[in-house]
Design a protein around this ligand. Structure first.
Ligand SMILES: [Zn+2]
Length: 478
């Protein structure tokens, strides 16, 4: 069991109006679900807050002592789900906000759905996946015991502006964090955040990957002097100079150091070293300052981005003395989140779906596709608000690598509202003006078209942006 941690959370009264507003959320959620007109993850909370603005505050104050808020550009849903699974494998009931409901209204909806009439939660732990720009809005209500920041990538620039703005949104939540700040030490910008937090007296727990191989160009001194690709900014948080790397996992993440001022990646409280992929999964060596050294985990989730997700989850769980067996059980039973790496069979053909939403994440997904020599690829690009209206990020994703390993145009289908932009992008990656993928803006048609070319023993990889992913979900019966 989780040891009791002294809560610094002030007790506050639970009023009749709080209870009624929560009941309203439950009733609206049920009505929306019964009407079949949506998943009710956000609207009930929005309406309830309009009627009773202090609701989120009241719900937050009643949460259990362990309240983990989790944010960052990539991996938060996978990590939040994984962390929930670890706590539950250790028999700690865990409250997790619903998939994708990571803004103020969504979090309010999730909490109100879970709270009892008297203001008590059944859960012993709450894990709240929180959008980066929302951390500062929700943290004062929730007062997280722990704040986990996965990474900061350039993502949906039109919505959030520069990375430093995103970092500032997250930093607004730090003064309301009562316990520990968990940071990815491989991301220099987050280390800057950690240094500020330490000055405020907050405990900081650093996690990072130890990759044994250097990636990228070698300097005469044998160090990986890399220019991260896609073009990610990685400047020293102390002096602003571009950092160099001893080793790099992907994009701007790695064992970095600064030649300007001597700052380097901090000592790690927890690390993972990726080992071999075996029949029982990917072997990862976990070193954790509470759990111990040289722990071998077996993960069904491949890709270094997933190693970070496993590490972040294990970091928090281990901090609360959750045994390694619970972490392994969670890995064993972990069902890949829909769209994060879901395998299924459509029309008798093998399909794997992997969400793409920004250059770094897409480049990692592309690496996975490149490993399958018989891959067929369907990419669906939409430009709705939830996708990011600015699709110029596709020019920073590493489609060159994909086309280099899989040059055959017959294996490509592009779809979505911006299918033609995507076709243009892929053609540029080939440097061949006669190269044309199949273009079918209708996603449903595109799926049929792409599957028609897939033979037995081959897999179709579908790489959708967010709203295309939701469309795929509605096509589940095809
Ligand atoms: Zn420096």
């Amino acid at each position: 069991m989780i040891p009791e941690k002294k809560s610094q959370h002030p007790r506050s009264p639970w009023t009749l109006k709080d209870a009624l507003a929560s009941l309203l959320v439950k009733a609206l959620s049920l009505a929306i679900r019964l009407s079949g007109k949506g998943s009710a993850t956000s609207l009930p909370g929005k309406l309830a807050l309009r009627w009773h603005p202090p609701l989120l505050n009241a719900l937050g104050k009643k949460l259990p002592a362990i309240r983990v808020m989790l944010t960052g550009t990539n991996g938060k849903t996978t990590t939040a789900t994984f962390l929930r699974d670890i706590f539950e494998a250790n028999h700690n009931a865990c409250l997790l906000n619903e998939k994708g409901a990571n803004l103020v209204y969504g979090i309010t909806t999730s909490l109100a759905q879970a709270v009892g009439w008297s203001g008590a939660y059944h859960a012993q732990v709450a894990v709240l996946e929180t959008d980066e720009a929302t951390v500062g809005k929700v943290a004062p209500a929730v007062m997280p015991s722990d704040l986990v920041v996965m990474n900061l990538f350039r993502d949906q620039l039109d919505r959030y502006g520069e990375l430093s703005t995103t970092a500032a949104f997250i930093e607004e939540g730090i003064p309301f964090t009562t316990g520990t700040l968990f940071l990815n030490a491989d991301d220099p910008m987050l280390v800057g955040m950690g240094r500020n937090a330490e000055k405020q007296g907050l405990g900081v727990f650093y996690f990072g990957l130890n990759v044994s191989h250097d990636v990228g160009e070698e300097t005469p001194t044998g160090l990986a002097k890399t220019v991260p690709h896609p073009q990610e900014v990685a400047n020293c948080p102390e002096c602003g100079q571009a950092v160099l790397y001893r080793s790099r996992s992907f994009a701007h993440l790695g064992d970095w150091f600064c030649e300007g001022c001597g700052l380097k990646r901090p000592d790690l409280d927890a690390s993972i070293m990726p080992l071999q992929v075996e029949a029982d999964g990917w072997h990862l060596r976990l070193d954790h300052h509470v759990l111990g050294q040289g722990i071998i985990l077996k993960s069904p989730l491949l890709g270094l981005y997933n190693a970070y997700n496993v590490l972040a989850g294990a970091s928090v769980a281990g901090h609360y003395h959750t045994p390694v067996t619970a972490i392994q059980t969670a890995l064993d039973t972990h069902h890949a989140m829909f769209g994060r790496a879901e395998k299924r069979v459509i029309e008798g053909k093998s399909v794997q779906i992997m969400l793409i939403k920004n250059p770094a994440g897409a480049s990692e997904v592309i690496k996975t596709v490149c490993d399958d020599k018989k891959a067929h690829v369907l990419i669906a690009l939409n430009d709705s608000y939830a996708d990011g209206e600015d699709v110029s990020w596709i020019w920073d994703a590493d489609f060159e690598q994909l086309l280099a390993t899989h040059p055959n145009a017959e294996r490509y289908t592009v779809s979505g509202k911006r299918a033609y932009d995507l076709a243009n992008r892929l053609q540029h990656a080939t440097l061949d003006t006669t190269w044309h993928p199949q273009v079918e803006p209708s996603l449903e048609e595109a799926v049929h078209l792409a599957l028609a070319g897939v033979n037995e023993g081959e897999t179709l990889y579908i790489l959708p942006t967010y709203t295309a992913l939701l469309q795929l979900e509605s096509l589940r019966t095809i």
